[in-house]
Design a protein around this ligand. Structure first.
Ligand code: NAD
Length: 498
């Protein structure tokens, strides 16, 4: 791994011309492991210029050749993905098996993108009028930008760039400055797989780099994933500058537990979905909505499972790693204090937990809070840490109303053995991704991913069929060849014959 993680512009590593550097920590030791250059405007412009120069040739490259590069990338990726998992664990902190899991979900999208020849087929209607045919083309946009968050340093960029590149676009990716090495690894590998220089560029940076992309006249689109306030800003700013934009934001995901549910399955699911990746997942379950009388029994089962979780260095055999920074760890711990002050019951307290790792890491253990008040910031804010809240309700209707009144609508799950109730829930809940006895309903790559309400701004979701729509411009062609039956001059609006 590099000690200073370079940008990747026009097929080469470069540190750019900015003197600004960010620290990249190993969250399991608390030490600064490497630094990352924070791009100047000129560095971002260089990335966009490389992408712009590469676009005419790449956009005109045949589907057969583009697909061959995608397959070569996929082969290399599969052969060497363990290297990437180690990089993710070293910079993000998540345990190695979890890093491998996010890579597997990213690879699904790469698999899907290998089918670009089929996916980008247009439509054709013959003889819409006598001797006239109409067909549609899907053409690439040009230079597209991707701005990604820290929590999935490989998977979230992969939600977008394989589809964008396969569709004939060129890319500037601005990954999170907190764990940027994964993006660089993928860019180098893509080049090794035969991708022409300039098609996939990585520019590291902070707000300055993002703003430069949002306003750049040569950038056609913005795909953003991050917290809700920034997503809203990205959506408004990019749209103001005439760009196509999809901005996925934060979340507060509820699990509704009906009294007939299998409580052992629920307890396993709540622990897995609440504490996997230390709760730093946009699809993490952060609130269990228990329809009485099950809450006491469920809390006992969840607490028992939590007591078996081993927290520590992700390279060891632990269940859960550290949080991303000390600052974020302290912010999450602050919500536990707030819960106590608000009169909630802290059933399991993750502060001061025993860990298997360096004491200077950014540790916070799994925490369970009962009787969370919906007026409390503990409920209203996205905590993004290993803190699971429980709210007790008296009926399905009360639980549903609670979920639907949330500002967020990313993911949700219902646990029940009643098919009718589940079907009612999938229809009535105002959330973009729904699980039925499945706690983290991230759609597979051939469906699209995205939430509702403040969890997503824009009309087109990530990956799946929506990605083709987002990363191509549709063109409709109306054609007539050697038609001897033309009707001469007619200034009326063209219409089909009967
Ligand atoms: P973040 O919003 O802090 O950062 C996301 C990206 O925006 C980063 O690349 C960052 O450099 C950039 N950025 C940060 N501040 C900015 C500013 N003021 N102006 C312009 N750009 C800025 O998010 P994060 O902490 O990296 O990631 C966690 C958040 O991402 C959580 O809210 C989580 O729910 C969300 N997330 C959502 C999804 C989803 O699919 N909806 C997926 C993953 C993560």
């Amino acid at each position: 791994m590099y000690s200073t993680i370079p940008h990747w512009i026009n097929g080469s590593a470069t540190e750019g011309d900015s003197p600004n550097r960010g620290d990249v920590f190993n969250p399991a030791t608390g030490a600064v492991a490497r630094t990352v250059p924070l791009a100047s405007v000129a560095d971002v412009n260089a990335g966009v210029a490389a992408a712009k120069a590469a676009f005419p040739a790449w956009g005109n490259t045949s589907l057969a050749k583009r697909t061959a590069v995608m397959f070569a990338f996929r082969e290399l990726f599969n052969a060497r993905k363990d290297e990437l998992a180690a990089i993710i664990t070293a910079e993000h902190g998540k345990v190695l098996s979890d890093a491998a899991g996010e890579i597997a979900r990213g690879l699904e999208v790469l698999d899907f993108a290998c089918g670009i020849a089929h996916l980008s087929k247009g439509e054709y209607s013959e003889n819409v009028s006598t001797g006239v045919d109409v067909y549609s083309l899907q053409q690439p946009l040009g230079v597209v930008s991707i701005i990604s968050p820290f929590n999935f340093p490989a998977m979230v960029p992969m939600w977008f760039f394989p589809m964008a590149v396969a569709a004939g676009n060129t890319v500037v990716l601005k990954p999170s400055e907190k764990d940027p090495s994964a993006s660089l690894w993928m860019a180098e590998l893509f080049t090794e797989a035969g991708l022409p220089d300039g098609v996939f560029n990585v520019v590291h940076g902070d707000k300055l780099a993002v703003d430069t992309l949002l306003e750049h006249p040569d950038v056609a689109s913005v795909s953003f994933v991050g917290s809700t306030p920034i997503a809203k800003y990205i959506y408004e700013t990019a749209a103001h500058h005439g760009k196509r934009v999809q901005a996925l934001g934060g979340a507060k995901n509820h699990m509704l537990v009906l009294p007939d549910a299998d409580l052992d399955l629920v307890a396993d699911s709540a622990v897995n979905a609440g504490f996997g990746s230390a709760g730093e997942r946009c699809m993490a379950i952060s609130v269990v909505v228990a329809v009485e009388p099950v809450a006491d029994e469920l809390i006992a089962k969840v607490s028992e499972r939590m007591s078996t979780l081993k927290v520590g260095d992700g390279t060891r055999s632990c269940d859960m790693g550290p949080l991303i920074t000390q600052q974020h760890r302290d912010k999450v711990a602050g919500y536990i204090e707030l819960a106590e002050a608000d009169g909630s019951t802290v059933v399991v307290d993750g502060r001061g937990i025993e860990i298997d790792g360096d004491a200077n890491g950014f540790w916070l253990g799994p925490t369970l809070i009962d009787n969370v008040s919906t007026d409390s910031d503990v409920y209203k804010h996205e905590i993004f840490g290993p803190v699971l809240g429980v709210i007790r309700v008296q009926s399905y209707e009360e639980g549903l109303a609670l979920i639907n009144s949330s500002q967020y609508g990313n993911g949700t799950a219902i646990f029940t053995n009643d098919g009718g109730a589940a079907r009612r829930f999938q229809r009535e809940v105002e959330v973009g991704m729904v699980g039925i006895n499945v706690p983290i309903p991230v759609p597979v790559a051939f469906f699209s991913f995205g939430g509702w309400k403040d969890s997503m701004f824009g009309d087109t979701k990530a990956y799946g069929p929506d990605a083709i729509r987002f990363f191509t411009r549709q063109k409709a062609v109306t054609s007539r060849w050697l038609d001897p039956s033309h009707g001469g001059i007619n200034l009326g609006f063209p219409q089909s014959d009967a």
